[in-house]
Ligand binder design. Structure first.
Ligand SMILES: C[S@@+](CC[C@H](N)C(=O)[O-])C[C@H]1O[C@@H](n2cnc3c(N)ncnc32)[C@H](O)[C@@H]1O
Length: 399
């Protein structure tokens, strides 16, 4: 998630009465679950506030992408991002289309549908089918409307899926999906590792730090062994236990092609820097970034940065898929022809010129999305030499 102008822990705008009522319904449900079954793990809490059918942030039709909403993503800035991606995908698509064959495109977590509409107009050759794997029913509807409004003639190629496609042969892409997978939070403590749970006190949601369960304990022990040091007393961070099953499930169903993932994150040694001792969890509400996960549940986004070393470990070697590259968003876009697109774009009027300049700055400046966001690719059964995107810089040694 990216913010137009982050206001860290600034005063948050008051939701309307309707929105507060909506949040209260989700809150009542959470409280009942806690009364019935005890405190929720943080991942269970995050799952509910983001995806509870009809009530969660992504499931309820309340959130908005773009400048009028809570955050802005790269595809929402304009079509430059899609044009660079299409340049990068073209040689792969051509390889897959040899001997009269066609290929398919899979977008995972398509948000508003902006990228789908832009890619459908940019991909060359066009995929036989443009598949969208989206878990929010409300967003599927929004995506349908967006694509229908922008390229109705291509809508018949678009199909929505509930599960990864079987025997997929093609190109798959996910932007800012891994950061939306529910994470567990842990804290190092002199009496043993602790895990964050969400409990109830005086009818309010509160954090309970309890002795960590086995899955978190095992994963954090492995993490520390790989890092080569133990977290000091009081160190807090996150671990994504869903990443591995999610990515391996996806790659198991894919037979040939390219999978590209982009998100904000760090290679592991930077993710778990000793000084990053509060972790990376962020809450986004109307372009404000803050750290209170209990602020009006269901009305705000919850997200954590991505440990790209974990992504590489989870994907490399699964079902014959191998890591093809890892680099910054800026380098990926420039290597995919961003400079050429800029030069070719002769814009006469000043507002359009300024809009284009602003788009490029947000996508590439280090303080914006340029290095905070990274791209990672996996391939199977294709030639990835000279694949546009990963030719500029190779960050794999940082993993
Ligand atoms: C932060 S939004 C990013 C949207 C879009 N990719 C963009 O860049 O604007 C996350 C998207 O991923 C979807 N999502 C989250 N978990 C998913 C999963 N396991 N499978 C498919 N979609 C998922 C959400 O519903 C939402 O559409």
């Amino acid at each position: 998630m990216s913010l137009v102008a982050p206001h860290q822990d600034s005063i948050l705008p008051e939701p309307s009465a309707d929105l507060k009522q909506h949040s209260s319904r989700l809150l009542d449900l959470l409280k009942q679950r806690i009364r019935d079954n005890g405190p929720l793990s943080f991942a269970e809490y995050m799952e509910a506030v983001l995806y509870q059918p009809g009530l969660g942030y992504y499931s309820a039709g309340l959130h908005k992408f773009g400048t009028a909403g809570d955050f802005i993503t790269a595809p929402e800035l304009g079509n430059l991002f899609a044009r660079c991606l299409a340049n990068s995908f073209a040689p792969v698509a051509r390889q897959l289309c040899t001997a009269g064959q066609s290929y398919e495109f899979l977008e995972i977590g398509a948000g508003s549908g902006a990228l789908a509409a832009d890619l459908l107009q940019q991909l060359n050759p066009l995929p036989e089918r443009y598949l969208i794997l989206e878990r929010s029913a409300d967003l599927r509807e929004q995506q349908h409307q967006w694509i229908e409004a922008r390229c109705p003639q291509l809508l018949e190629r678009v199909h929505w899926l509930d599960a990864p496609p079987e025997n997929f042969r093609g190109i798959a892409y996910a932007n800012e999906v891994i950061d939306a997978l529910p994470i567990e939070r842990f804290r190092s403590h002199k009496n043993g590792l602790q895990q964050q749970y969400v409990g109830l006190e005086n009818q309010q949601l509160v954090t309970h730090w309890q002795s960590a369960g086995e899955p978190v304990k095992t994963a954090v022990a492995q993490l520390q062994a790989e890092l080569g040091y133990a977290f000091v007393d009081g160190y807090e961070s996150e671990i994504n236990l869903l990443l591995k099953p999610w990515l391996s499930g996806l790659l198991q169903s894919m037979q040939q092609g390219l999978l590209l993932l982009s998100d904000y994150g760090y290679p592991r040694p930077e993710f778990y820097l000793p000084e990053r001792d509060q972790g990376t969890l962020m809450c986004h509400y109307r372009h404000r970034a803050h750290t209170d996960p209990f602020f009006w549940p269901g009305l705000q986004d919850l997200t954590a940065f991505v440990d790209f070393t974990a992504v590489a470990e989870a994907g490399d070697g699964i079902n014959g898929w191998q890591l093809s590259g890892y680099t910054s968003q800026a380098d990926f876009l420039f290597d995919s022809g961003l400079a050429d697109i800029m030069q070719a774009e002769v814009v006469d009027d000043l507002p359009a010129q300024l809009q284009l300049a602003a788009q490029i700055k947000t996508l590439t400046l280090p303080a914006e999305m340029g290095t905070r966001f990274q791209f990672m690719g996996f391939d199977r059964g294709i030639d990835t030499d000279n694949l546009p995107g990963f030719g500029g810089s190779d960050w794999r040694h940082r993993l």
